[in-house]
Design a protein around this ligand. Sequence first.
Ligand code: GLV
Ligand code: GLV
Length: 322
Amino acid sequence: MSHIYLTHALPGKRIAELGQHCDMDCWSGPGLLPADRLRLALAAADGVVCLLTDRIDAALLAAAPRLRFISSVSVGLDHVDLEAATGRGIPVGHTPGVLVDATADTAFALLLAAARRIAEADAFVRGGHWRPETAWSPDFFLGRDLAGATLGLVGLGAIARAVARRAAAFGMRVVAWNRSPRTVPGVEVLPLDDVLAASDFVSVHVALAPQTRGLLDAQRLAQLRPGAVLINTARGGIVDEAALADALISGHLGGAGLDVYEREPLPAESPLLTAPNTVLAPHIGSATALTRRRMADLAAANALAALRGERMPHCANPAVYE
Ligand code: GLV
Ligand code: GLV
């Protein structure tokens, strides 16, 4: 019987049912699976169901001679060496689609929070600063309007398109850049430089890959309009974080709403922690109970297909089937 390793307990029936088709082991903590334990587990596994916190690189794959599939409970796969997996003929499954609305909601929540200074206002009230002499004034906590503003999308995949629908409902104009040409009703597709120069808000929705690492570097951040707000729910490595902190602290950018970082958890010395009007979330883009169950179901379906020698419903390296 095939031996499958789960790097974390997962919700839902489909994962439990997977155990009827293989001999299944699961890390039970405490905390996340340490890298050395992942290495040990994969040395003996035919398949793995993993999280985005499990780094599966070429060296780890070389130490996993039996491994026949990887099923990640994530849409992003920058934690897996796809090229090395493809070289070994190992299909890598992921979970697009099911987390689109939840992640678009998170992007929009960060956008609204940054536009209207919600985190800062909350801290103000809780900090006891809302006193009679500061009760209200015409220029009290002024934020930015969404209606009439331009939202620029960097990437125009499923999540970006879901953000575009939300933006349209708020009366925003939506422009976007995508690496390959794409037509989306209501979205004006432009070169990246033009998107950056035209936008009051910019939201990042590309996958992290060698071609997108540092895509929004100091030079591109400088192209943003003075006072623009940057939202990132994709991956931290797409934005040069030090340059972003500088642009916030210098006042060139008007704010940021971030769910992802170059290093997670965000190090205590990160300048983002004290940057003005910066709303920080701890990588919770897809974190709703329903979405996490759907992601687990899809990861189970990918694993089951691989166990049966069938094509995964959502395989990120379909070249392995050719
Ligand atoms: C979350 O970041 C994911 O890739 O699913
Ligand atoms: C995710 O599913 C995306 O394509 O953005």
